[in-house]
Design a protein around this ligand. Sequence first.
Ligand SMILES: C[S@@+](CC[C@H](N)C(=O)[O-])C[C@H]1O[C@@H](n2cnc3c(N)ncnc32)[C@H](O)[C@@H]1O
Length: 161
Amino acid sequence: MSRLDSFIRRMQAQRDCLNDAARRLADIPGPVLDLGLGNGRTFDHLREIMPDREIFVFDRVVNSNPKSTPDRDHIFLGEAEEQLAIAGARFGRTVALIHSDLGTGTEDDARLAAMVVPLIVPMLRPGGILVANNRFPADAWDELPLPEGVPAARYFMYRAN
Ligand SMILES: C[S@@+](CC[C@H](N)C(=O)[O-])C[C@H]1O[C@@H](n2cnc3c(N)ncnc32)[C@H](O)[C@@H]1O
């Protein structure tokens, strides 16, 4: 499969998983955290499908399209490790949805999971959902079935138990 095809399928999986998570969270309050602002496309989608939620983004640098850049009060700017610790102290266990688009699809991703998972476990409220481009296993989470049409291991969904 070409890298273009692979990218398109990953983006379709991301969108389908986020749409599924938004539906599942209809009765669960709390903010949304988007790890990896990048161009801001995912942030833009999140605010479209969850217009009543407060959405906070994380990145080490702001390089997003100005049309999909949150205001400064909703950006955690810096290394994820440091900024997630700050967010944890601020939000406690109140977060409804975390989306992680960090990582590169390489062997570094295991190291990334080891860094990110302990920082986000204490933030997801019971019933809260993690949608991730990486495998992020944790005892506190149950893996959710992927929406129809999303191939196994293309994206990952977990629910806090
Ligand atoms: C694949 S891009 C995210 C794309 C985004 N979902 C979008 O819609 O454009 C990954 C982003 O994560 C950021 N990133 C990766 N590792 C990071 C880390 N350890 N701390 C903070 N930001 C990180 C990169 O700067 C990059 O902007």
